[in-house]
Design a protein around this ligand. Structure first.
Ligand code: 0GY
Length: 306
C-alpha cells in the first residue's frame, strides 16, 4: 500500500554527527519508534498523521552510530493498536529491543502473551488530543488491570496543562507509570513555577511514577545551535530535565525519540541530542542510572544487577 506523507513532514536526519559524549556501556535508548515501512506494515486508518517510513534497520543503525546497546521501541499513534511493525522490530533485534504497545480492550490473552514473548513490557495511554481520539478511562483501567499480572507498566503521554485533571487516574493505576517527556513542560515558564512544581510534587508523592527526560528538541523554544559546529542545543530545557534527574535519579529514563514525529521547525541531529545528556545528568553515577540501571530494571529485569 502506498501512503502520502503529511505535507510539511520533516524527514529524520540522514547523517547524524558522532556524539562527543560517550554513553556508558550497555546504554539504552528508551524512547524511539519505527514507522512502517507502510508498504509492509500499513499505517492505521484512524491516524492523525502519515509519517515518512522509518524502518527497524535504520533504527538499529542509529543505535550503533550513537553508541547505544539497546532500544525501547514505543508504539506510535500512526500505527494505532496494530502492533505488527513494533513486534517485527523486536523479533529482529537479537534481544536488544523491548517494546511498549498500544492495545484496546478487545485484545485477547493470547495476543498479550505473544507480545510479551516478543519483548513487549508496557502499554502506552496517550492523552495528547492532536494525536488520538478519546478513549474512556474505564477502558484504560481495564487494560491496566489485565497487563499488571504480566509485570508490564503504563507509559502516559499528556500536556502539562492536563496533569491536574489526569493525576487521580494515573495514581489509581496498578502498575509503574512512566511519563513521556516530563509531562511536556512549557519551558518559557519558571522551573520553580507552579506548573512544573505540580509535576515535581506528583513524582515526589507517588514513588511508582517515573519520567522520561527526553525530547528537548520538542520542548525547546531556544532551539538548536545557531552556528554550525556548535553543540550547545536546547539549553532552555536543561534546568527542567536536570531538576528531575537530580531529584529522582532512580526513576528517570532517556530516549532519542527518533524519528521525531511532528516536528515543524527543524529536525534534530541525533548526535547533538546525545551531547545534551551530560548537561542534565552531570555525574557518571547519574548517567549510569539514567542510561543503564533504570531502563534495565524496567525492561530487562532478568538481566539487571541493580
Ligand atoms: C513522541 C511524540 C509525539 C508523537 C507520538 O505516537 C506518536 O505519534 O508519540 C508527538 O507528536 O508529540 O513521543 O514521539
Amino acid at each position: 500500500m502506498q501512503f502520502q506523507v503529511t505535507p510539511g513532514w520533516l524527514p529524520f536526519c540522514p547523517n547524524p554527527s558522532k556524539p562527543r559524549f560517550q554513553v556508558p556501556a550497555g546504554a539504552v535508548d528508551a524512547h524511539c519508534h519505527v514507522f512502517g515501512p507502510g508498504a509492509e506494515f500499513p499505517y492505521a486508518p484512524e491516524r492523525k498523521y502519515t509519517p515518512c517510513d522509518a524502518s527497524k534497520d535504520q533504527l538499529f543503525a542509529l543505535r550503533e552510530r550513537l553508541g547505544f546497546a539497546r532500544n525501547v521501541i514505543v508504539q506510535a499513534t500512526c500505527h494505532g493498536s496494530d502492533n505488527r511493525a513494533l513486534v517485527d522490530a523486536l523479533l529482529h533485534s537479537d534481544g536488544r529491543a523491548r517494546g511498549v504497545a498500544t492495545v484496546r480492550r478487545s485484545v485477547t490473552e493470547t495476543e498479550l502473551r505473544a507480545m510479551h514473548d516478543a519483548g513487549v513490557r508496557g502499554v502506552r495511554f496517550n492523552f495528547v488530543k492532536r494525536l488520538v481520539d478519546f478513549t474512556p478511562k474505564d477502558e484504560l483501567m481495564e487494560i491496566a488491570a489485565r497487563i499488571a499480572p504480566l509485570s508490564w507498566h503504563v507509559v502516559v503521554y499528556f500536556e502539562a496543562a492536563d496533569l491536574p485533571e489526569l493525576q487521580d487516574f494515573f495514581t489509581a493505576l496498578p502498575t509503574t507509570v512512566v511519563v513521556d517527556h516530563m509531562g511536556r513542560p512549557d519551558v518559557r515558564k519558571p522551573v520553580d513555577g507552579p506548573e512544573f512544581e505540580l509535576f515535581v510534587k506528583f513524582m515526589r508523592d507517588y514513588p511508582n511514577v517515573w519520567s522520561k527526560v527526553s525530547c528537548p528538541e520538542r520542548l525547546s523554544v531556544s532551539g538548536p545551535p545557531a552556528l554550525d559546529g556548535e553543540r550547545n542545543a536546547y539549553r532552555d530545557v536543561v534546568p527542567f530535565a536536570r531538576r528531575i534527574v537530580e531529584a529522582f535519579p532512580d526513576r528517570v529514563l532517556w530516549g532519542t525519540d527518533w524519528p521525531h514525529p511532528n516536528l515543524k521547525d527543524h529536525m534534530p541531529d541525533d548526535g547533538l541530542l546525545v551531547d545534551f545528556i551530560p548537561h542534565i545528568a552531570p555525574t557518571a553515577e547519574l548517567q549510569r542510572k539514567l542510561l543503564v540501571d533504570n531502563p534495565m530494571r524496567l525492561y530487562w529485569p532478568e538481566q539487571s544487577s541493580r
